[in-house]
Design a protein around this ligand. Structure first.
Ligand code: GLY
Length: 369
């Protein structure tokens, strides 16, 4: 952490990607400013925190990126915990995906990475699982992290400890380029409502679902997700259950985080809906009937940033001086570790051959005609 500091790097977005990038850049000796509009709307606070490249049934480059990130997470979390003095709530508890039949189980895209379970095995892994499930896959390598209550707070503290500065309540309105298309400044409205021009030669766009509002060429659209939580008995459920349309994520203290609807047609429409909440309640009854009687705690919603192939946009943007860390759709918590590492390396010009390949696979150029 002794490298000479260049011009400040401005991170646009104070969500999980923005914080993870700011942290890695600060660790590499950079001076970093994070511009954040409203912390509570960041997808990092909305997600359930599953670390699930196998349980989510990813494939191709996205599966490889997810696996690479999963492998880095213990060391990444250790860094954050050391820098912040706070725990992140990493729980390598394994994830069970239930199926109505053995045939459906064997056809799952990531079946080769899981342990096949019959009904008896499923009941052993998930006591109380609903009667409609006859088979399962156990992905012992997948897990979860307590993003809402621990990771986000720890990351923010780690950033502060490393000298990152924050400007909260700031809406970024536009990006100013020179005649050659190189980033010169960002235009913003600050917390007091005043318009400002902030010179910026190096910036990272980490605006999640709102990314295309700032750079319309980016193919990022919001996919709304509604969630809720219940308070279960401590240790009632040891594994995450990842069912079709609903998943149950048990925290250490018995809190059960339940996700999530996937509403592409909702755009940025805010709020809970009866249909969305019913879907989750039905999913709970189907997966773990006894949990239907557990006391409700919270309900919330948010917006995933989704690209046409559901993979993230990483690395260079069409604007020189502006890098991308957005478009993570369902996998932001999983991919934060590798995103921060890859994009920080790209900004520093310290890209290994493997990182080059990964950045290339998730470059925004793949969507250019
Ligand atoms: N990772 C699960 C979701 O986005 O709902």
């Amino acid at each position: 952490m002794t490298a000479a500091k260049g011009a400040t790097i401005t991170v646009l977005g104070g969500g999980l990607m923005g914080l993870a990038l700011a942290h890695q850049l600060a660790r590499r000796g950079e001076s970093v400013l994070v511009l954040s509009r409203r912390r509570s709307e960041a997808a990092g606070f909305v997600a359930a925190g599953m670390l699930a490249p196998h349980a989510e049934g990813l494939s191709g480059d996205l599966l490889a990126l997810g696996q690479a990130s999963l492998a880095r997470i213990p060391a990444w979390v250790a860094q954050i915990e050391a820098d912040s003095g706070l725990r992140c709530g990493l729980r390598p508890c394994g994830i069970v995906v239930p199926f109505p039949s053995a045939a459906a189980r064997d056809a799952y895209p990531t079946a080769a990475w899981g342990e096949a379970l019959d009904r008896r095995g499923l009941e052993q892994e998930v006591p109380g699982i609903g009667p409609s499930w006859q088979a399962g896959l156990l992905f012992a390598q997948d897990g979860q992290i307590d993003n809402r209550r621990q990771l986000m707070r720890a990351l923010e503290r780690a950033c502060v400890e490393l000298g990152v500065t924050f400007q909260e309540g700031t809406q970024v309105l536009g990006l100013e380029r020179d005649g050659a298309g190189t980033l010169q400044a960002v235009h913003l409205r600050n917390a007091e409502g005043d318009a400002q021009r902030l010179p910026a030669q190096r910036a990272v766009l980490a605006c999640g679902a709102w990314s295309a509002k700032l750079l319309p060429v980016l193919p990022v659209v919001p996919v709304k997700g509604q969630m809720l939580s219940l308070q279960g008995p401590r240790q009632a459920l040891g594994r995450v259950i990842f069912g079709p349309g609903t998943y149950l994520v048990p925290r250490e203290d018995g809190l059960l985080v339940v996700g999530a609807t996937s509403e592409a047609e909702a755009g940025f429409s805010e709020g809970l809906t009866p249909a969305g909440q019913r879907q989750l309640q039905d999913g709970i009854a189907d997966l773990l009937p006894e949990a239907s009687a557990w006391p409700p705690m919270e309900r919330w919603w948010g917006f995933r940033p989704c690209t046409p192939d559901e993979g993230p946009l990483l690395g260079r943007s069409p604007i020189a001086g502006l890098w991308l860390a957005t478009g993570h759709h369902r996998n932001g918590v999983l991919l934060a570790a590798i995103t921060a590492e890859l994009v920080a390396a790209a900004i520093k010009g310290e890209v290994s051959a493997e990182a080059h390949r990964q950045l290339d696979a998730f470059s925004c150029r793949r969507f250019s005609p």
